[in-house]
Write a protein that binds this ligand. Structure first.
Ligand code: MG
Ligand code: MG
Length: 240
């Protein structure tokens, strides 16, 4: 799982290094595809439940599951890229959000910072004998204190020999409740947050999840191992 995590981290590094006004989401997807193949790994998302891309690429009011295609990204667009890789049958899952170009408006920059930090707060709870609710609550409280909302319908999850395994890892919860975290478990934690209402819709393409009110959204995700020494982030990139 460390190997699978490393592959997806370097793939996302390559995608975000290439992110600039004028590039299409299909070109970004192709960068992820080539990087994963070059590392000798397989893309985890391609064909899964019928998804047509290597990465889910979601812009602005799109939260998750955006399909890569001919769309061109522009200066100031919020771009979330979610990607997974398989090495020797083991899966990794990771997502990041960034603003295209040099200029990020204050709200976009703060949304990204809060989402990234909320993931760190959740990961810090990944110690043996804590519960999933401790992870969820840490994320929820941090995001609420910052004045943003969290997605209800889509959650983190166990990950290992499949992309999506038990237990679900919601982004809202109550401390000391839910499944027990034990040494050796590997989970994907993935806060998805927005500036407006938490309500979502799925577009007619059957995939793209958007905020109902058109407010912007950010998404960060890491695959994390729970060890006796505490959380180990398996999808950490060197430049994170
Ligand atoms: Mg993901
Ligand atoms: Mg995931």
């Amino acid at each position: 799982m460390r190997s699978a995590g490393h592959v997806v981290a370097v793939a996302l590094d390559a995608v975000f290094s290439a992110l600039e006004p004028g590039i299409t989401t299909a070109e970004l997807d192709d960068i992820a595809r080539r990087k994963i193949r070059a590392e000798g790994a397989k893309p985890a998302f391609l064909g899964l439940y019928g998804f047509p891309g290597v990465a889910c690429i979601s812009l602005n009011a799109e939260i998750v599951h955006g399909i890569p295609g001919p769309r061109v990204v522009s200066d100031g667009d919020l771009v979330s890229v979610d990607c997974g890789a398989i090495v020797d049958g083991f899966y990794s899952d990771c997502a990041r959000t960034a603003v295209v170009g040099e200029f990020a408006d204050e709200e976009s920059a703060r949304l990204i910072d809060v989402c990234r930090e909320s993931l760190k707060r959740g990961i810090a709870q990944c110690v043996p004998h804590n519960r999933v609710g401790d992870v969820s609550d840490a994320i929820e409280q941090y995001v609420r204190d910052a004045g943003f909302e969290l997605v209800r319908e889509y959650v983190g999850h166990g990950v290992g020999r499949a992309l999506h395994e038990a237990p679900p890892v919601p982004n809202l919860g109550t401390p000391k409740t839910g499944p027990l975290l034990m040494e050796g478990m590997t989970i994907a934690i993935e806060p998805m947050i927005m500036t407006g209402s938490w309500e979502t819709e799925v577009l007619d393409d059957g995939w793209t999840v958007v905020t109902s009110d058109g407010s912007i959204s950010a998404h960060f995700e890491h695959t994390v191992a729970i060890t006796a020494d505490g959380p180990e982030i398996l999808t950490q990139a060197r430049q994170d």
